[in-house]
Write a protein that binds this ligand. Structure first.
Ligand SMILES: NC(=O)c1ccc[n+]([C@@H]2O[C@H](COP(=O)([O-])OP(=O)(O)OC[C@H]3O[C@@H](n4cnc5c(N)ncnc54)[C@H](OP(=O)(O)O)[C@@H]3O)[C@@H](O)[C@H]2O)c1
Length: 300
């Protein structure tokens, strides 16, 4: 159904970027239940097998029409650059919730120059967005989630699950004792909708962590359980694991694995999300995944 028809005439219109991604697919039904008409932006279009919601229009960033749709709300679950471009041209937008990442706080001193550059770029984009909001009447909140999982589209937990399914064991860095707080994409979607609807003024940044704080090794153990497999961790010395990863990186650069990822398994990546819990009634689920959290959501 197109925006502007009888049924949707008075519904507020929200533009969702990264609509086909892990946060987007959970956010759309929540936005519909909250009474929004949704313009879903994706270069590929509606994902195969995803629900055919009547009040959702799927458009590509190449369409010049998304911003002609009277969008007053933006939920950015895609790249920050895309959000900046939309806010620059979308003068009607008065409320924007933008996903960034908690890695802007943890990877600034990474030994990997590419990671350092990536977080510098993200921080620059975040501060440009904040300046834009301050120069016009725009409510803006930047959400910084930890490691995301929930529908098989992530490259962390689901990648580990894929490896475990295939090989039945997982190499880890020694005790792999670094703490993690994996967060379900649907909990992030819920927080984003609360932020869009919030009647209180929100801080510019809010961290969103998961409902469990557990070691990398325990996190891996729960992935084995979700897949119905006995936990088999191959505990390698850090130097050996890094050497192996360097070899893999040379042969298969597209896999994106690095020595820094191995080192981080021994480092705590823990955040305090009390502000989000208080201001957004954010209540993330504990990390007790089942196999369905590694596959695409069924249509309702
Ligand atoms: N993955 C994590 O664990 C993690 C952790 C913390 C924070 N974050 C942040 O959370 C947000 C969502 O994360 P994610 O991993 O779900 O993101 P993602 O997979 O990188 O992007 C989500 C969707 O955005 C679209 N997209 C990607 N690049 C694009 C481009 N250049 N132009 C237009 N559309 C593009 C893609 O859909 P189409 O191909 O259909 O266009 C993709 O499915 C991002 O801001 C990310 O930085 C992620």
């Amino acid at each position: 159904m197109a925006a502007g028809t009888d049924k949707t005439l008075n519904a507020p219109v929200v533009l969702v970027t990264g609509a086909s991604g892990q946060i987007g697919v959970f956010a759309i039904p929540r936005l519909l239940r909250a009474g929004f008409h949704v313009i879903a932006l994706s270069r590929k279009g509606k994902p195969q097998g995803y629900a055919d919601f009547e009040q959702v229009e799927w458009l590509t960033p190449a369409d010049d029409s998304p911003l002609d749709k009277h969008c007053e709300y933006l939920l950015s679950a895609g790249p920050l650059e895309l959000a900046r471009g939309i806010i620059t041209t979308g003068k009607r937008i008065r409320s924007a919730v933008i996903f960034s990442s908690s890695s802007v706080m943890t990877k600034q001193k990474s030994a990997d120059p590419a990671e350092r550059q990536q977080v510098q770029d993200m921080l620059k984009l975040e501060s440009e967005l904040v300046s834009m909001a301050e120069n016009r009447a725009l409510e803006l909140v930047i959400l910084r989630p930890t490691m995301i999982y929930g529908c098989g589209l992530d490259t962390n937990i689901s990648r580990l699950a894929g490896w475990i399914r295939r090989f039945g064991f997982l190499p880890v860095n020694g005790k792999a004792a670094g703490l993690r707080q994996p967060v379900h994409a649907d909990d992030l979607a819920s927080a984003a909708v609360s932020a869009l609807l919030s009647e209180v003024s929100l801080p510019r940044n809010l961290v969103l962590a998961g409902g469990s704080t557990l070691s990398y090794a325990d996190m891996a153990g729960r992935i084995f359980s979700a897949l119905g497999k006995p936990a088999r961790l191959l505990r390698l010395p850090q130097w050996l694991f890094i050497l192996l990863v360097r070899g893999i990186r040379l042969c298969r650069p597209a896999l994106g694995v690095s020595g820094e990822m191995v080192r981080r398994q021994a480092v705590d990546l823990v955040f305090d999300d009390r502000q989000a819990r208080e201001l957004l009634a954010y209540k993330p689920r504990p990390f007790e995944p089942s196999a369905k959290d590694f596959s695409f959501p069924e249509p309702p």
